[in-house]
Structure formats: C-alpha cells, structure tokens
Design a protein around this ligand. Sequence first.
Ligand SMILES: Cc1ncc(COP(=O)(O)O)c(C=O)c1O
Length: 473
Amino acid sequence: MSRRQLDWPDTEVGRLARKAVDAFVEAQRIDDRIVPADFSGKDVLATELDCCPPELARDEDTLLRLFSAAGRNAVENRAARFMAFFPTRGLPAGSLAAMLAAGYNRPTGAPDYAPHLVRMEHSLMRWLCELFALPGGSIGTMTSGTSMSTLIAVAAAADTLPDVTSRADATVYVTEQTHHCVAKALRVAGFPATALREVPMTPDWGMDAAAARRMVAADRAAGRLPFLLVGTAGTTANGAIDALGELADLADDEDLWFHVDGAYGGFFQLTERGGRRLAGIGRADSIALDPPKTLFLPFGTGVLLVREAAHLHRTFSQRGDYMTDLDDDSLPSYTDLGPELSREYRAAQLWLPLHLHGVAAFRETLDDMLDLAEFAHDDLAGDPALDVGPPPRLATVVFRLADGTDEDNRDLLRRINHDGRTHLSGCVVGGRYFLRMTVLNPATYRSEVEGALAGIHDAVRRRVLTHQRGGGA
Ligand SMILES: Cc1ncc(COP(=O)(O)O)c(C=O)c1O
C-alpha cells in the first residue's frame, strides 16, 4: 500500500523542520519600527490569506513565505519601545520550549501518559506555592491565561455557596479597575450582573478596604450573600496594588473567598520590593499569575494557585466511563483542577526558561523594570505641562496633559505613537483618560526609556503650542 500523504517519513519531517527553524530564526528578528508602514487589513497579502484550504497540496515555500509575511506585518509588540498595554517580548527560550513540547504532543490532563512531563509542571507549581508561602494542601495548575485562571477560581468560589439558586443573591466585591475577566467569569458561571459590587478606591487607586467592609455588612443586613472578594496585585491601568493584608482580614472575618488577580504584579514577588508591596498575597484562596506579562514568556500560559486543592477537586473532578484506566494518583491530575481534559503541555514554556536562565535573571530584570518605571515617573513629573499619576508600584506610569480634555489626551497619544518608534496606550481611571507607559521588556534599557521620554516631551510641547495658537490637531 502506498504511504498516505499525511504520514510523513522522518526524513520529510526533518527536511521541513529545518526550513521551519530558519523561519523561526527570522521570526525572532525584531523591527524597531513598531507599526509597519504597510500595516493594513486590505492589502495584497490579506487577499492571499483570505483563501480557503485547497483540495490539493500547495507548495511549502509559498506557505512558509505567507506565514512569515502575516507574522511580520503586525504591530511589533516585542520591540524595546513598545510600552503599550503589556509589552510581550516572549523570551526565545519560551518559544523554543513551546516548539519542543508540540514536537512530543503528549496529553497532560492526567499523569498516566507522560508522568515526567506532569512531574515537571508539578515541580514548578510547588515552587510557586512556596514563593507565596501557601500551605501544604495548596496546588497550582497551568492554564491558557489569566481569563481562564479567573474562570476556574470563580467557579470554585461559587461552589462555596449553599446551592445554585443562591447565585441570584450572591455578591462579589471589585473596584472599577478590576480586570473585566472577573465580570466575564461571573457571567459564564451563571451570576447576574447585579452580583458585582464596585468598591470605591483610595487616592492611590487601590480598593478601599474599609469601604469594602461596610458594603459587605450592608449586603448581609439586606439578606444578600457576600462570597467573593477580588483583590488586584497590579491593575492593568497603572499597576496599583490593593492593600492585600487588609483585604485578607476582611475575607477572614466575613468568610469570603479571597481571589487575588496577580496577572500583572504576582511575579514581582520574586523581588524584595515586590514582596513588600504584595504583603498579604499569600493569604489568598486563589492567585492568578500571568507568565507572558512578568516572566516575559510567550502568550498562551497562565497559572492558577489555590490554597486548598480540595476546592478545585470539588468543582472539577469528573470521570467518564472511557477514563477508567487513568488511575495514576501519585501525581496531580490536571483535569481535576480545571475544565480541560486533552490539555496541551504548557509547562515547558516556564520550565525551560526558568532552568536555562536561572531565577536570578528574572529577579534582576524585574528589579530593573521597577527602577526604569520610577525613573520615567520622576522625569514626567518634572514636566509642568503634565499631570502625572501616583508613583509606580510596578512598571507602569500614567500621565495626562495638566491642561487638556480627554480628547486632547487622545490626540497626544496619537502624536506620540505617530512616528512608529514608541508605542503607548491609554486608559480611564476615575472617569479621566490617561496615557500609560509600561516598561516590561528585557530588551528595554535606560536609553530606550530616555528615547521614549524625549518623544513624549516633544509631542507634549507641540501639542501645547498648537493649543496656544488655537489650532486643532
Ligand atoms: C490585571 C489583569 N488581569 C487579567 C488579565 C487577563 O489576562 P489574559 O489576557 O491572560 O486572559 C489581564 C490582561 O491582560 C490583566 O492585565
């Protein structure tokens, strides 16, 4: 019988893999022009990419070329002066690890097929539980990202309620700056929008713990069921950190599930300053961490740590009759810790970079990012035309024109981003629009920050001059 087209011999795999590796090396080349001049969704490339898969095989070089062109013709989120949202360098070691893991294609929902891969993930999760001083019964699992980690945490917290009907009366405490993935998770878990309680913020944009305490008491008095308190260790807008110790006290006193969204700030626990700022985080019932943000890893990995593994088991343990032969209980069964069964092996993306570079390399880089953000904050605070937000707790600085409307500030952002060398983003805090600058890339040094700051001051000057002349944008 002739060999099927889908059944490649090893020689063919090797030949194509070598070409793919060349394409990978090319993909790692980072342009410093952040938005390509020909960036558009309606070009020749788009027409070529819109076509459906053909009936017969296409030429591999054409396909690799198309793939590279599609990857290249994008916003260069890895550039040293990309400081919008969260800079996502994606360490090459992480991308290589993803490639290796895909090469083996092992399922890791249960430990039976690839126990040593599961062991590697478990060793990482144990290390992280220890980093946050979580107790013996704690456990961690790797997810696809923080939205998924949050969904798992919310589902587990919801199972602390007496029954499903009580969801109608349940209440959850957040601030206006809590990431929207919490609201999304609540909706998916069957809670009405009325479950969300927005707690006022302190002047430094964290949750006002005293106000939260009053709101919980008032809700209880009104017959509602407070059950979940969400603290944030690094808001998306400016990296504000809630008073986690005070929130943990509240959660203890009121018997609430305390979830900490540490997507942004969590890994700063590796640093001395971060550890101080995150004090109390280890008292959480669940902590979400995001390696693509603060371990600089590629997209597609998240971590959820929970204080008591039993809580995840209660929500997610489920067996089908076709699974009776999966019975290795010497290692975690990750399918019992979340909704997935045929789960890709994400831990490789953490394991290889952490072992290859060593933890100190991450700690030092995170420390440098804290310094660079402080430097940027102080520099911007010296510009009389700017109103600068609170000193950074993490690596984000926010600012706006001291004398300008939200639209003026949006225009300022367009001006700063216009030359394609620096890229910032915007956010709204307390109803006001701010520009935000996040320094979170191992390739960003003081010279890149100085370059970005020079561009900002220049755009501010030009904007102020235009304004004084009474002109538009
Ligand atoms: C604080 C915070 N929480 C949660 C998320 C959602 O994470 P993900 O994009 O991995 O789902 C983000 C995202 O960017 C975030 O900044």
